[in-house]
Design a protein around this ligand. Sequence first.
Ligand code: TXA
Ligand code: MG
Length: 322
Amino acid sequence: MAKIVSAGLLGFSEAAAHIHSGKLVAFGTETVYGLGGNAVDGEAVARIFRAKGRPSFNPLISHVPQADIAFGLGKPTPLAQMLAAAFWPGPMTLVLEQRENCPISSLATSGLDSIALRVPGSELARAFLQEVSLPVAAPSANRSGRISPTRADHVQDELGAEADIAMILDMGPCVEGLESTVIDARGQKPVILRPGSVTAEMIRDLTGVQLEKAGHDIVSPGQLASHYAPRTPVALNQSTPKENDAWIGFGDAPQGKAHAVFSFSEKGDLIEAAASLYDTLRQADAAGAKRIAIAPIPAEGIGTAINDRLSRAAAGSLALSD
Ligand code: TXA
Ligand code: MG
């Protein structure tokens, strides 16, 4: 079991010492918990891939406490500066061209010329990054392909047995609950590589640019078809539960019987649904049902990102959908 330490000054200095010695520390952000390691140290980055069991080396996001530090690693474009001024600190990751002297390990960037950078909105996460004062590479702290963790005990369940994880910094439940929006900001027009709670509408309102959908050749390498997957098969867009279902609703209570009943948001609120998404999926997965049946979620605003994650959670179970 990994040691869980409450976020606070003592915890931060211990955590920073672990990162400096090449060990891994799981920490909370406003989106999901990350599994952090020194982004400049290739061996530490390799330990991240090993602990998660990532089948291939997807590039990782480097986390820093301030925008000017991010722009010391990746070249800012006018577009990137505009996005950073509006949405950093916050749930947004920018893909930029690396600066020539960029010290980030090529394993963290998968040998690409680009780099993904994020300044988290969570104050505790930034205080931790400030204490480390090195860029921290961090994917979500789950086993590859599984549900992302939004609480310290989720990380313990997923990865607590991994020897390279020195500690878990408990920062409480994640308030956003969905991974950051990944935006390629290298050109003049923003391209959303992964939807998140900084929505297409918000980006369009800021930039005045009507967004194009990312083509197949430029989606984030980590956007695998099956991801965020519970062990129980998942059926989406269901109108009523069956007897053996763990039902996850949105808004109104279901008609008819189910093995167990959950809800992303009883009042039908998309922000609340995003924040509870992974926790509710975990609970439904643990209910011992034959299937997880999920009500339709409106595809507007942050609903786009929720449906993106749900379709990946269901991707391995299409045969069971009806
Ligand atoms: O909210 C988040 O972003 C969380 C927290 C911990 O910060 N992190 C996270 O990391 O979700 P991860 O590794 O699960 O997802 C990173 C995404 C992947 O889809 C990856 O392919 C993409 O970012 N990515 C990283 N570097 C990239 C690059 N240079 N070009 C395009 N996509 C990149
Ligand atoms: Mg992930």
